[in-house]
Design a protein around this ligand. Structure first.
Ligand code: NAD
Ligand code: UFG
Length: 337
């Protein structure tokens, strides 16, 4: 199939491109490189021994999107492009709405014009807000607590309304839980800008000596060890979920929603311990204040994805941490050359 991948130079997109190429798909990747380097895509081609077309462009450029879809006879769009820093989204909300919501609208207009009706969208478990109970199923109430979360929820709504208005559309909303890890080659992985906001990249930078110690944000949550519990999922499992969704839902009209998680929660301290084991180093830490906006626990009920997509996560904590460490130790400065 001929697929347009937006944001494909980024963390999840680049890992997904590997599996798409290996499955024989033809890829046109567009990315404005606002949070990534083109080197990730060179590595994708090195790993797979196959080539893809990369165009540096912005999803908000409707004309460019339309022309690319037409000239490459695109059949489906996998839409990763977006800004994703929760804290930053409260500081520059207009940029977040412009990029994530405005960008998706431009992309959808181009798709309509080019008559491409298959869309797979990167949503997030953040759309469940602070859930009343865990595990979370897809029919839980939806809400948001910051502009990033609202932008995901708004795009979900737009895609749902579009599908309802024009039933030939196949719209797939993938709600990711907490993606971690790296390709087992160690050639690509997560490369956050500045000091990482997320737990695993932060721990990895402590392990490599770029950061002094981990701050554990609160140990008085109602969880077994008092620290926050999340559903960490290996990025290669997540990538596999996209392939499964593409194969199942392309030209299968409707609105399809899935949690992509493992169904298993781990605490901050458990993650720290697992990473220390993987890298055979101490990870010093201090307990600090709770981070505003954080919730106690969040993990998926992945049964629907298993049933409808025949997909489930296969990799555990050991693969997540050893693969993340292989990438971090091989390239301490990420894609910076
Ligand atoms: P990432 O920042 O590594 O990748 C996103 C890519 O999109 C980057 O390469 C960036 O340069 C590109 N991009 C941003 N705005 C663009 C624009 N206007 N035009 C073209 N390219 C643009 O992030 P990621 O972790 O790979 O996340 C991919 C998607 O998954 C995002 O939509 C994110 O919100 C969503 N998501 C991520 C997580 C997570 O924890 N990583 C969790 C849930 C959902
Ligand atoms: N944490 C620390 N110290 C740190 C960083 C994180 O203790 O330095 C804790 C947090 O308090 C939380 C857990 O580690 O309990 C995970 O935090 P992350 O920031 O890694 O992940 P979140 O669950 O807060 O959020 C992530 C993404 C969101 C996304 C959500 C669900 O950042 O965009 O997963 O997919 F919406």
């Amino acid at each position: 199939m001929k697929i347009l991948v937006t944001g494909g130079a980024g963390y999840i997109g680049s890992h997904t491109c590997i599996l798409l190429l290996e499955a024989g798909h033809t890829l046109v990747v567009i990315d404005n490189l606002s949070n990534s380097k083109a080197l990730s895509l060179s590595r994708v081609q090195e790993i797979t021994g196959q080539s893809l077309v990369f165009v540096q462009a912005d999803i908000r450029d409707e004309t460019a999107m339309f022309e690319l879809m037409k000239s490459h006879a695109i059949e489906a769009v996998i839409h990763f492009a977006g800004l994703k820093a929760v804290g930053e989204s409260s500081q520059i909300p207009v940029n977040y709405y412009d990029n994530n919501v405005g960008g998706t609208l431009a992309l959808l207009k181009a798709m309509q014009k080019a008559e491409v009706y298959n869309m797979i969208f990167s949503s997030s478990a953040t759309v469940y807000g602070d859930p009343q109970t865990v595990p979370i199923t897809e029919d839980f109430p939806l809400t948001a607590t910051n502009p990033y979360g609202w932008s995901k929820l708004m795009v979900e709504q737009i895609l749902s309304d579009l599908q309802a208005s024009d039933p030939q559309w196949s719209v797939t909303l993938l709600r990711y839980f907490n993606p971690v890890g790296a390709h087992p080659s160690g050639l690509i992985g997560e490369d956050p800008n500045g000091i990482p906001n997320n737990l695993l990249p932060y721990i990895a930078q402590v392990a490599i000596g770029r950061l002094e110690k981990l701050s554990v944000f609160g140990d008085d949550y109602p969880t077994p060890d008092g620290t926050g519990v999340r559903d960490y999922i290996h990025v290669m499992d997540l990538a596999k979920g996209h392939l499964a969704a593409l194969e199942r839902n392309t030209n299968r009209a409707g609105r399809h929603v899935y949690n992509l998680g493992t169904g298993q929660g781990y605490s901050v301290l458990e993650m720290r311990e697992a990473f220390a084991k993987a890298c055979q180093r101490e990870i010093p830490y201090v307990v600090s204040e709770r981070r505003p906006g954080d919730i106690a626990e969040c993990w998926a009920d992945p049964a629907w994805a298993q049933q409808d997509l025949d997909w489930s996560a296969e990799l555990g904590l050991e693969e997540m941490t050893t693969d993340a460490w292989r990438w971090q130790s091989r390239f301490p400065n990420g894609f910076e050359e």
